[in-house]
Design a protein around this ligand. Structure first.
Ligand code: RM4
Ligand code: MN
Ligand code: MN
Length: 400
């Protein structure tokens, strides 16, 4: 760590009235879950460029995720996707995670890659297909029990491609019927997170197109059903921080899938396109998260960039955004808002956003036993060279 740079920053912040120790304390409690699928090969519908050293199975994905945690100090859990991460013995998978100092986080069912799901899964007009989808969801509840996870994270590809194809309302009722059964099957300790998305792979309508569709479904299910916000799942121009505030106010913001996008659901490195938006989202979260459980997860797919480094950079960008949000002078902001001082209120946000917090984050990572400079440390560690050698045989895991 660059101690001089840190000291200068800490002094500057103290002079501004920031309680640096408490900001650092909050930063040490930040947690970000990384996705198993982010370590496997992925691409676009045009081409998947496979990378050397990519994990071949869920165990190797956990090992890569553990490396991200070792270097950042805030990523001790991994989300899994079933069937991509199907194993014979989930107890063994959980035990292996434990041996790496990791846990298994959200269980993500997959209801979009079977022939049967051409017209949807839980909204399909065919009752037999809906039964099959529901059974898979119940299987995932069981897997959650076996791996010690308390989150069932749901995203449905359901929707229609042409006007008139099916009844919006009947489809909604079918989904509600299925999710009610799942909700009943979940242990008391488990939460159901419901993710919305306005387009793709369905192109006329999706059954959970936006936060309102997801929220009303959650409200019907019960208090352990909450909305998940994926940053890539909005139409252009949507004010995501406003959506975040609304869901928090309703007590139904369950979690995030962080990523970045320029055009659609691009799943790029977090904060790479619009870091200011990421900061504004954290500004809404800073107070609420003191009393609410929110699960922060990354949902990324790396097409050309090295996967572990991309994940580390995403985590660092999340630390950076959170740190800046913690610097906002809340008392002054409150005063500016009440007195109608539009520009002062705005400038108070800019003041926090424009602070270079990198040395503060580096210090926090070191406090956690991680690395001040995680990407350089990763490059120097020889981990990638080692796994490239070890994983020469067999195919890298991907979406299949
Ligand atoms: C979807 C959505 C889900 C993710 C799948 C792979 O667009 O973001 O969360 O599990 O992609
Ligand atoms: Mn997602
Ligand atoms: Mn997505």
């Amino acid at each position: 760590m660059n101690e001089r740079a840190y000291d200068v920053l800490a002094e500057l912040l103290s002079n501004r009235g920031v309680d640096v120790a408490s900001v650092e304390g909050r930063l040490r409690t930040q947690r970000v879950e990384t996705p198993s699928w982010g370590y496997g090969n992925s691409g676009t519908r045009f081409k998947v460029f496979p990378q050397l050293g990519v994990p071949r199975d869920p165990f190797e994905k956990l090992a890569d995720a553990a490396e991200v945690h070792r270097l950042t100090g805030i990523c001790p859990s991994v989300a899994i996707h079933i069937p991509w991460d199907r194993v014979d013995d989930y107890g063994e998978l959980a035990q292996y995670a434990g041996s790496l100092g990791m846990t298994i986080g959200a269980v993500n069912p997959n209801l979009f890659q079977e022939e049967d799901y051409r017209l949807g899964s839980v909204c399909n007009p065919d009752e037999a297909v809906r039964r099959r989808a529901t059974d898979h969801l119940i299987e995932c509840v069981e897997i959650g029990r076996e791996v010690g996870s308390d989150i069932l994270s749901l995203w449905f590809a359901d929707g229609t491609n042409y006007a008139g194809q099916d009844s919006f309302v009947e489809r909604r009722h079918r989904m509600l019927e299925c999710l009610s059964e799942i909700y009943e099957a979940m242990p008391e300790s488990m939460r159901l997170l419901l993710e919305y998305k306005p387009f793709e792979p369905a192109f006329y309508h999706t059954d959970l197109s936006d936060w309102g569709a997801a929220l009303t479904m959650c409200q019907k299910l019960g208090h352990r059903a909450e909305v998940l916000v994926d940053l890539g799942h909005h139409l252009q121009g949507a004010n995501i921080e406003h959506i975040v505030a609304l869901l928090l106010d309703e007590g139904r913001l369950g979690g995030f899938h962080f990523n970045s996008r320029k055009y659609a659901d691009d799943d790029l490195i977090v904060g790479s396109v619009n870091p200011f938006e990421l900061f504004l989202i954290y500004v809404e979260l800073v107070e609420a998260e003191e009393t609410t459980r929110i699960d922060y997860m990354i949902d990324q797919a790396h097409n050309i960039e090295p996967k572990i480094e991309a994940m580390i950079l995403s985590v660092m960008n999340l630390q950076d955004a959170y740190a800046k949000a913690l610097l906002v002078d809340r008392a002054k902001l409150d005063g500016a808002r009440r007195s109608g001082d539009v520009l002062l209120a705005h400038r108070l946000l800019l003041e926090a956003y424009n602070t270079d917090v990198r040395h503060l984050c580096a210090k926090v990572r070191e406090d956690l036993g991680a690395s001040a400079d995680p990407i350089s440390a990763f490059r120097e560690s020889g981990y990638l060279e080692k796994v490239v050698d070890e994983r020469l045989e067999g195919a890298g895991a991907g979406w299949g």
